[in-house]
Each structure stands twice: as structure tokens, then as C-alpha cells.
Design a protein. Structure first.
Length: 321
């Protein structure tokens, strides 16, 4: 079984601690729970006869809540339970690939989580999933970073996921993934847990920032178009194709350029380029660092909104669409 949101993208580590380490981890766990629990709400999503329950958490002091909608297609009826009250939120926007959604409840006073970044995570780092328990209490599950998931069944993910050794049941779907310092690093997706397999995935916190930025700029989440092609799956991120009059060509990119970084994201292979491009917002300038021959070249590029029909020349341009 794969996580609900992971499927939509393509339509244990044992603990060995001394007493001091155990106490420190327990203190970090309680700190994460206290810092986050008052920001968590229950989100109910109904479509026809289907109904799912997920976590959501407030990301600002204005009633904006981040969650994940597991059911594919257009969202159905949404309700939010916070404290003893039930609300009918407004759906601000959602990302059709990852199903991350931003909801808004007017007139509510709820503390916001402290947002962090997942970029600095290392394999083995401790993290916590703070979620609603079956009794509607606030639970906190300890886990560790297991790596990054860039592809699934031979296909590159639109946005890479955080892979976790963490016991995540249905009640953890949409829960904040919290660092030992109490900041949110991602959004937990439901995993598979039995005696042999204890793993799940999380959407990076940077994805929340991308969705919020797109909404602030354009009122929706929209795909970028850059206009260059690469060989899918290659370990060398070399530009093989440029579309005439595209943002890529206008920026000065050339066939044969090897991409080294996109904005503040270093890239090493095709999957890294796909992931980095996913976080771009059309209309916002970004610097591409490329290797051209023996020379490092920095080029300023402004992605465009993805056209209704991608030009034929861009048939391999999955990262620049």
C-alpha cells in the first residue's frame, strides 16, 4: 500500500540510546507536542458517500490552515473541527499533484505553527508527527529521517518526498512533521505499518510556502513553463533541447549546458532538476547556474505560466513544463 497522496502524483531503524539520550529525546518530543498541539485541527472531507478524516494545522494567525486531501479529483465538502466548534472553511487553493490544500476560516483565533525548512535534514535525524489521536487528543509519534524519495515505479515524482521511519496510521494523515526544535518540516502522509514495515512519507514544508506564494501571486497553484528538455533519468543534468522563444532560450541557456543549481537548490541529476523546477512560481525570476564547457555561468530566467498546449519540441521537458 502506498500513501494516498503519493498515488495521486502519478494518476526500522532501531533506537539504541542511553538513559541520558532517552531523556533528551523524551524532552524534545514533549517540546514538539506543546509547541504544535494547539495549532492542530481535524479536517473532514466528503465526496458523495466517501468520507475521510485528516489533520490540518494553522500556518498563520489569520485562520489559514494547511492539510492534505487524499481523494483525487475536485475537492468535495470540507469541514474543520477545532476545539469544540465545527467550521465550514473556504478552500483557498490546492495542488493537484500533491493534494496539499490551504483552507481559510474567518474570525478564528488559533496559534500558528513555527514553519521551518526540510532542506537541511540528514538521514537519522529525529522528527515527530503531532496528530489527533482516536480519542481526539493530541498524540506525538517519534520517527527518524530515512532519506528522500525522488521517483516511484520508474517515474520521477513531480516533487520529491521525505521518507520516514515512523509509525503513521490514518490519524497521522496531514499531520505536521516537527523537528526537535519545534518547527514544522513537512506534512505527514499515511504509510504502511505492520510488523515488518514501518515507513511513511511527508511533503516538505517548502511545498506549503510554494503553494502559498502561488496563491498570493496568482490566486491559484499553476504550473511553470521554462522550455528546455533533458533525457529522462539521466545522472547528468544536461540541456538537450530548447524551445524557440521560450523563457529558457530568452535567458541565454544553450544546448549542452549542464545545470548545477536552480535558485538556492543544487542539482545533481534529472530528478533534482524536476524537483527544483516544481517549486518555481511563474513570473518570479530565478538564477540558473550552469556549467558551459569549463566556465560557470549564471543566467536570470523568468518562468512563464504553462501554456494550454505544450509545443511539440518540449516532449521531453517534464521538468520545465
Amino acid at each position: 500500500m502506498i500513501t494516498r497522496a503519493l498515488l495521486v502524483l502519478f494518476s526500522g531503524i532501531g533506537l539504541c540510546l542511553g538513559q541520558t539520550g532517552t531523556d533528551k529525546l523524551a524532552n524534545s518530543r514533549e517540546h514538539a507536542r506543546q509547541k504544535t498541539c494547539l495549532s492542530i485541527a481535524k479536517v473532514v472531507h466528503e465526496k458523495g458517500e466517501r468520507k475521510e478524516t485528516a489533520c490540518g494545522f494553522f500556518i498563520d494567525g489569520k485562520g489559514t490552515l494547511a492539510t492534505v486531501l487524499g481523494m483525487a479529483g475536485e475537492p468535495g465538502k470540507l469541514s474543520v473541527v477545532y476545539g469544540e466548534r465545527e467550521f465550514s472553511p473556504k478552500l483557498l487553493t490546492y495542488d493537484k499533484y500533491t493534494r496539499l490544500a490551504l483552507l481559510k476560516i474567518d474570525g478564528i483565533e488559533a496559534p500558528a505553527v513555527k514553519m521551518g525548512r526540510s532542506a537541511g535534514l540528514e538521514v537519522g535525524d529525529y522528527v515527530f508527527a503531532v496528530n489527533l489521536s482516536k480519542e481526539n487528543g493530541k498524540d506525538c509519534v517519534t520517527g527518524r529521517i530515512a532519506g528522500r524519495e525522488k521517483d516511484f515505479m520508474g517515474r520521477t515524482l513531480a516533487a520529491s518526498l521525505i521518507r520516514l521511519n515512523l509509525m503513521a496510521g490514518p490519524e497521522s494523515f496531514g499531520a505536521p512533521l516537527v523537528s526537535t526544535g519545534g518547527s514544522v518540516l513537512g506534512v505527514v502522509l499515511e504509510g504502511m505499518n505492520d510488523e515488518k514495515v514501518n515507513f511513511c512519507y511527508a511533503l516538505p514544508a517548502e511545498l506549503i510556502q510554494k503553494v502559498q506564494r502561488d496563491f498570493d501571486r496568482h490566486g491559484k497553484v499553476s504550473d511553470c513553463w521554462i522550455g528546455f528538455g533533458m533525457e529522462a533519468g539521466t545522472t547528468t543534468p544536461e540541456i538537450r533541447q530548447l524551445t524557440p522563444d521560450s523563457p529558457a532560450e530568452k535567458s541565454g541557456l544553450k544546448e549542452g549546458d549542464i545545470i548545477q543549481a536552480i535558485g538556492d537548490r543544487k542539482v545533481r541529476d534529472y530528478q533534482d532538476v524536476v524537483d527544483a523546477c516544481y517549486y518555481l512560481t511563474h513570473g518570479d525570476e530565478v538564477v540558473f547556474k550552469v556549467l558551459r564547457g569549463l566556465e560557470d555561468v549564471n543566467l536570470r530566467l523568468t518562468p512563464a505560466e504553462k501554456p494550454v498546449q505544450i509545443p511539440v519540441e518540449d516532449s521531453e521537458d517534464s521538468e520545465g513544463e
